[in-house]
Design a protein around this ligand. Sequence first.
Ligand code: BES
Ligand code: MN
Ligand code: ZN
Length: 502
Amino acid sequence: MQIRVVAARPWEVSADLLIVPVVGDPVFADELGELDRRCGGELAALESFGELRTKAYNAALGAPGELPVRRLLAVSGGKADEFDREVARRLAASALRRLVGRRVGAAAVWLAPIATGLGGDEALAAELVARGIVEGGFEPKTIYREDSDAAPPQLDELVLIGAPGSDQAALAAGANRGQIIGEGANIARRLANRAANDVTPIVLAEEARAIAEAHGLAIDVIDERRAAEMGMGMFLAVGKGSDNPPRMIVMRSGEDGVHDSLGRRLALIGKGVCFDSGGISIKPADRMEEMKMDKTGACTVIAAIATVSRLAPGLPLLAVAPAVENMPGGHATRPGDVVRALNGTMVDIINTDAEGRLILGDAMTYAEQLGATHLVDVATLTGAVSRAFGNQVTGGFASDDGWWGQVAAAGERAGERYWRIPLVPDYAPDMDSWYGDVTNSGSAEGSLVKSGMFLDRFHTVPWAHLDIGGTGYYRKALPFAARGAGGVTHATLVELALAGRD
Ligand code: BES
Ligand code: MN
Ligand code: ZN
């Protein structure tokens, strides 16, 4: 998709389609009034018919009157006081998703209502619209079959209409950034949505290698033999039950020992459970098929380091993605097995379904061995986070306020929502083990807190943990996203890394 930026009135741009964002109750005065007049009152007619209600992401097609386009698409951005970066991006995505099955070559988006809603920042509006259009184009129905009628149109051209006299270079830069971030999110989503009989740990590592080669990133894939030599006992314990062997995927940009402008060598760590059956502590059948998505964190960090390399080549950054399949089998870890973690902790695995924390703990230690000064991990770690926060807020933990502040600020810039959960040392005794230093799970009370408490043992540098167990994938399609992985945290990780650019 080509993106073209113009500084013009919304009625001056020729295209197949003109997208008209409506934030808050439409007032048909000024430019919106003139636009309505030129489309023969169609916008006002849609409004009076109830099509432009301030229900976010409502999208209505209309006749263009004398406008130089074939169709109008009015899309609601909801209430004006609830409008933010996330809504801006989702509005654009909803517009594209409203067009499923249509052929649209060139679409134009009038930026002014979005820029106004974002406090007047037109370049930011261009970025979020471009990102939203790209993300809205993602459709997992096309992964395993040609089904173009089920997918939103692949635009040839996106025209972003800035106000007359606006800084077109700034708009173009914003749009380019948004397109790159959206494409990265879609890489993560596509990988995450692929089935477990397709994407095994070895295949995930091959995909990561291809991405690394395409982006000039270094990559090291540690197999089970090397992992054993290194002492990654928790990581290996999870992979043992499957005939598909585990792989620790390590991607790197920037020379060894070099830090970014904030003095960091940041490591992004992603949970890569290609299928989580629960292992011997096997899960119930209901919705077990969702557990092919348990690799979403890994897919996200693999995509994020590639995205960062497009926006800031050579920026020091690590991505560590432990990839395993958690299966019951003759060689599987049993409840009660005691293993030695890479950092020396003796871990009593009392529940083989609490596997994410095991592979992440060793990945965190390994990232530190590689020189990481700051850690952030992304994981579909618990069902509890989904029960607590649902699919719109990612719960997180951090070892200190300063580091959480930086992660949360990156989330703000990315337009993604987070809520910090406390680590409660009083709960630690519930995870005491008779035979080791700690068990990998405790009683159900406070189990979300305890998942963070377990990981907290495996770092010595600032660490943050983002649990996407609720937000990582949608169980049904939403106006702005297909069913399946939504790409959450990708943009936050990219913003967090880019903060260390000079
Ligand atoms: N991958 C699951 C968590 C999950 C479940 C994410 C459903 C998204 C949807 C994780 O490995 C798991 O099984 N967690 C257990 C932990 C428990 C055994 C301490 C859980 O949440 O029940
Ligand atoms: Mn599990
Ligand atoms: Zn899991």
